[in-house]
Write a protein that binds this ligand. Structure first.
Ligand SMILES: Nc1ncnc2c1ncn2[C@@H]1O[C@H](COP(=O)(O)OP(=O)(O)OP(=O)(O)O)[C@@H](O)[C@H]1O
Ligand SMILES: [Mg+2]
Length: 499
């Protein structure tokens, strides 16, 4: 079958990096084509070329058998190529219908926009995707992440997209939202849309994809039929070596309580949360988005100080009224929203990595450059951060590599308590295994780790104990042996509204 879209021999360089070298890729009507590769392999660059954001240095793009030039995202859209980026590009104060028809709304005879027709059209498109619970008159800003994404998909369809590109669409979704997204993607496939799907989660790739293309270091490695290949083969193609274990949690001796939280409340957000994390222990914190997991982390870390309750660190009662106090007490927090809370994007890798330990690196008025450099080189090696060197500007790194920099920054503080919010979101399989190994290693050294994760396999694989939050409270505590997928998922959802 002749593909709808074909890329031939495409190359693209950025200063200091050959992001793509002679890559080929094609998309057929009615298939889901997954694009895999480690962080920095060139996936986002490839789809930005397809969606008119970047021009290739060389190579060609063939659409319906005709070579085309895509000079802008607008041109790509007109050619039927729609892209859903990880940062959703909706207008929060406009309604669902207004967002869907932004820029191409139905017109009245005299030229004015016909918002009633737009609302009807929006309802029809959503219904065709089996979405019936979205109010098209509601402002998008009030919607959950999952619903916002559904609006983006509807928007793409309203523009008659024949190719829909999704760059890590499930990274910020809950399990329930992921299921709904899959149903929508399958429906699009039946309708003949070609879907390009980027994800670091292997289970998703096998659940959805018809074909899989792997990139490594900007080069094309190969394309396989998903039904005729296995996870092991794809991982080997991606990393060029075999990775035997994804969740290497090994038993380490559990010591004294390091973090003890009792009856912690934050008005309207957290309701009487008590928990303990011991030295050497990894405690997983599961829950739906909005259940209060990140808020709990931020309260312990002093970003949103508690309205009542107590916190003990290593047995001592402490008052944490700011992040600086928490850091001084040996608590580190790797936030979920790394783009805004974790990094200074215009600064270098070296500078970002030393941010949390400047006090130690400073000698009188000057930062110890040599120490800073050692720290940076060590982190680049330890987390396999893909970058030309410590002087690279962080904003220019691929998504996953930015996350590794944040992790490195907080681990440099040598904390006693480490709170990680979605520690491997967007991180490739190789680095993910590295981070899990590192967590086990840190636990082995007596660190107390509280890990928030929306990925159940990660929670179940890494935790000594699983806590489940719902609506601002802890609703379940399961020792490793009892923490099955069903037990955790049912505690997460028991009375949650299907919103
Ligand atoms: N605007 C840019 N300026 C400089 N370098 C860039 C730019 N965009 C991407 N790169 C570099 O190009 C390479 C490929 O990056 P890309 O974002 O395509 O990777 P990716 O496969 O999407 O990775 P991830 O899984 O981490 O999102 C990386 O080395 C990245 O640092
Ligand atoms: Mg990317």
């Amino acid at each position: 079958m002749e593909p709808v879209l074909r890329l031939q021999d495409v190359s693209k360089a950025f200063p200091g990096v050959q992001a793509l070298r002679g890559v080929q890729f094609d998309v057929r009507a009615g298939e889901v084509h997954a694009l895999l590769g480690e962080n920095g392999a060139g996936k986002s660059t490839l789809i930005k070329i397809v969606s008119g954001v970047y021009r290739p240095d060389s190579g060609s793009i063939v659409l319906d058998g005709q070579p085309v030039q895509l000079h802008s995202p607008h041109e790509a859209q007109r050619a039927g190529i729609a892209t859903i980026y990880q940062e959703l590009l909706l207008f929060p104060e406009l309604t669902v219908a207004e967002n869907i028809f932004m820029g191409h709304a139905p017109r009245r005879a005299w030229g004015g926009i016909d918002w009633r027709a737009a609302a009807t059209g929006a309802r029809q498109i959503l219904a065709s995707l089996d979405i019936h619970d979205l109010d098209v008159e509601a402002p998008v800003g009030a919607l959950s992440v999952g619903n916002r994404q559904r609006v983006e998909i509807a928007k793409a369809l309203s523009q008659k997209a024949r190719i829909l590109i999704m760059d890590e669409p499930t990274a910020a979704l809950t399990q329930a939202d992921v299921e709904r997204l899959f149903a929508i993607v399958r429906r699009l496939r039946e309708r003949g849309v070609g879907v390009v799907y980027i994800s670091h989660r292997m289970a998703e790739v096998f659940a959805l994809a018809d074909r899989v293309t792997v990139l490594r270091d900007g080069a094309y490695v190969g394309t396989r039929d998903a039904a005729q290949t296995g996870e092991g083969e794809l991982i080997t193609m991606m990393v060029g070596r075999t990775i035997d274990q994804l969740f290497p949690k090994s038993d380490v001796p559990i010591g004294m309580p390091v973090l003890e939280v009792e009856d912690l409340s934050l008005a309207g957000v957290l309701d009487g949360v008590s928990l303990t994390v011991r030295a050497g222990e990894i405690v997983g914190l599961a829950g739906l988005v909005g259940s209060g997991r990140s808020e709990l982390a931020q309260t312990i870390f002093g970003i949103a100080p508690a309205t009542s309750g107590t916190i003990r660190v290593a047995g001592e009662l402490v008052r944490i009224d700011s992040a600086a106090t928490a850091t001084r007490l040996g608590i580190a927090y790797v936030p979920e929203d790394r783009a805004t809370q974790g990094l200074i994007r215009p600064m270098r890798i070296r500078e970002n990595l030393s941010l949390a330990v400047l006090g130690e690196l400073a000698r009188r008025w000057f930062v110890d450059r040599a120490a800073e450099m050692r720290l940076a080189e060590d982190a680049i090696r330890r987390f396999s951060i893909r970058a030309p060197g410590p002087e690279q500007i962080v904003g220019k790194l691929s998504g996953g590599n930015q996350q590794k920099v944040v992790l490195g920054k907080w681990l440099a503080t040598k904390p006693r308590v480490l709170i990680m919010d979605e520690p491997t979101r967007g991180i490739d399989v190789g680095a993910k295994a590295e981070i899990h190994r590192l967590m086990t290693e840190l636990a082995g050294q007596g660190l107390a780790i509280l890990m928030i994760s929306s990925e159940l396999p990660e929670v179940l694989g890494m935790s000594d104990r699983v806590l489940v939050m719902r609506e601002g409270r802890l609703v379940a505590e399961l020792p490793r042996a009892d923490a099955t997928q069903e037990a955790v998922a049912s505690a997460m959802m028991r009375t949650a509204k299907a919103a």
